[in-house]
Design a protein around this ligand. Structure first.
Ligand code: FRU
Length: 548
């Protein structure tokens, strides 16, 4: 009797405590497009859970604001219309009652018009972005997937965000493509179109876009696949995931960022995967079963591997292998093994990281186009990071050997309108001409300088050294650079200035770099050439259109 009583009491206490825990939950019947959630960076992260009919729909970490929101994030809940979501949160739950649904994102009216929103670079509406993922052209659309934390402007909850474009310049952000699952969070990867249905995912005329990506958990990183039959809008994860689990082989958790492409001569798929101390090559006939082939040490994260014509000559090609820093080796590749012939070299430095090139660009176009993550912040904004300008990569023979060059794709020209053009000016005259173009907004300045002494010269913007060429040490903004003709005393720079970033292309893309724009607001000098008696041989100024 006593034990039954005790059991009853126990059950009652349990039910009561469950009710207490549940009392803080909120339930919302979805009849709008978005759920808006308040965030404050000062709050510690808690786990939020959406439950529908007793089943977990998603879980993520968020710093729910208990007082005034610092900024708002959102969930697109269009697919959940008519359903009731129970939302629970194990952090400070005071903010729960401020979550609300609406057909507009909180802040929609000022979207893309915010003070520090880049005007000609892709940024996410809300949250943190890092690596570009799954860059692919398919049926008239360029796809940009990207590492995204939709719920905060710092790294967490890794998901694949998604945007599409007709020209790689104007982007439309779409709902999240891949969200964390019970294997872990969605790390970087790539996409292909399975024209021959090798994986068996195609349905009739609908070809599968197949994504290969890393899923990260606390103790390992495994490779997985998912496919989309509607041009990347919705995704089905393969039920045989993971397809590669190589932690034990490498005795390391660092096995990630699969980059897959079709190797035409051998008629098979190739995956290049970063494993611990370098890039591995795997082969597959069906995108599901992969066999390890070879390994090239000396690279970290985000591999890429592709073939390029040398000097535009289709009878002369080289393969290029890159890591996350964009340092590279050139060499040969037979489908199984990369044999380096030179390297490592750099062609771009600064805020760029984890760049990737597009897959499936039509042969008639034939360009190798790269987009890199710009590690750039935007003061006071509810988003972080950006994508740098897409650039075309080419191999050219230089005095030092075959080297990579990169220049903004021709599609970017639509953004710029020439507003001033001069030749052979003194620095003083050039500075006078530039006065009326001083701006906190975007501008492009193209110039060629001739130095009179082998010392330093350059161009500032409100005190920030956009170009600082030191010919004594052969440094540009601190990085070694020697022009093709070292005795010319000349240097050219094409400088793209957005509200928060600066990208500079030296000598037609022989070297380029990017940085956060950090103009000193008290420095009224504006655009300003400096150096010992330099000549501004060429100067062009362009106004910039917004892509939004
Ligand atoms: C590079 C990286 C990748 C990884 C991703 C996680 O920036 O560390 O190696 O897949 O970011 O967000």
């Amino acid at each position: 009797m006593k034990t039954i009583f005790k059991m009853m009491l126990g059950i009652c206490t349990l039910v009561a405590s469950l009710q207490v825990a549940a009392a803080a939950d909120i339930a919302i019947k979805i009849n709008k497009r978005y759920l808006n959630l308040p965030v404050a960076q000062t709050q510690t992260r808690g786990n939020m859970k959406f439950v529908i009919n007793g089943k977990q729909e998603r879980t993520f970490k968020i710093r729910l604001a208990k007082g005034e929101a610092e900024y708002w994030v959102y969930c697109d809940v269009t697919a959940l219309r008519g359903k009731t979501i129970t939302i629970s949160y194990d952090g400070d739950e005071a903010g729960l009652k401020k979550i609300y649904q609406n057909d507009e994102i909180e802040g929609q009216k000022t979207m893309y018009k915010e003070l520090n929103r880049p005007q000609f670079h892709f940024t996410a509406k809300r949250g943190w972005i890092n690596d570009p993922n799954g860059l692919i052209f398919y049926e008239g659309e360029y796809h940009l997937f990207f590492q995204h934390n939709p719920y905060e402007k710092e790294w967490e909850n890794m998901s694949w965000g998604h945007a599409v474009s007709k020209d790689m310049i104007h982007w439309e952000e779409l709902p999240t493509a891949l969200s964390p699952d019970n294997l872990g969070t969605m790390y970087s990867g790539s996409t292909v179109i399975d024209y021959d249905n090798t994986a068996g995912f195609n349905k009739g005329k609908n070809l599968a876009m197949v994504a290969t990506y890393t899923v990260a958990s606390d103790d390992k990183q495994v490779q997985c696949v998912a496919y989309s039959l509607d041009k990347g809008r919705t995704w089905t994860k393969y039920d045989g995931n993971p397809i590669i689990d190589s932690k034990e082989k490498w005795n390391s958790v660092d096995t990630r960022d699969p980059r897959v492409f079709w190797y035409k001569p051998g008629k098979h798929w190739v995956m290049i995967l970063n494993e611990r101390d370098g890039h591995s090559i795997y082969n597959s006939s069906n995108l599901k079963e992969w066999s390890f082939q070879t390994h090239t040490t000396g690279f970290w994260e985000c591999p890429d591997l592709f073939e390029l014509f040398v000097d535009g000559d289709s009878s002369k090609t080289k393969w290029v292998m890159l890591g996350a820093s964009n340092t590279y080796m050139t060499g040969n590749f037979d489908g199984r093994k990369f044999t380096p012939e030179s390297g490592k070299h750099y062609f771009v430095t600064g805020s760029i990281y984890a760049a990737q090139t597009f897959t499936n660009i039509p042969e008639a176009d034939g360009r190798r186009i790269q987009i890199g993550w710009g590690k750039i912040g935007h003061a006071g904004m509810p988003f972080n990071g950006m994508m740098l300008l897409p650039t075309e990569l080419t191999l050219k023979t230089t005095r030092d050997g075959i080297r990579l060059f990169s220049e903004p794709i021709k599609e970017s020209n639509q953004l710029f309108e020439s507003v001033g053009e001069w030749k052979n000016l003194t620095a003083k005259d050039a500075n006078e001409k530039l006065k009326k173009y001083n701006t906190n907004d975007g501008i492009r300045v193209k110039t060629k300088l001739k130095l009179s002494h082998a010392t330093s010269a350059g161009l500032n913007l409100f005190g920030q050294r956009m170009l600082d060429y030191d010919m004594n040490y052969n440094l540009i903004n601190g990085v070694f650079y020697a022009p093709e003709d070292m005795t010319s005393m000349e240097i050219s720079a094409d400088i793209y200035v957005d509200r928060t970033s600066i990208e500079v292309f030296i000598d037609s893309g022989a070297y380029s770099y990017s940085m956060e724009r950090k103009s000193d607001s008290k420095n009224m000098e504006g655009l300003h050439f400096w150096g010992n008696n330099i000549e501004v041989k060429e100067l062009q100024v362009y106004s910039v259109k917004s892509i939004w």
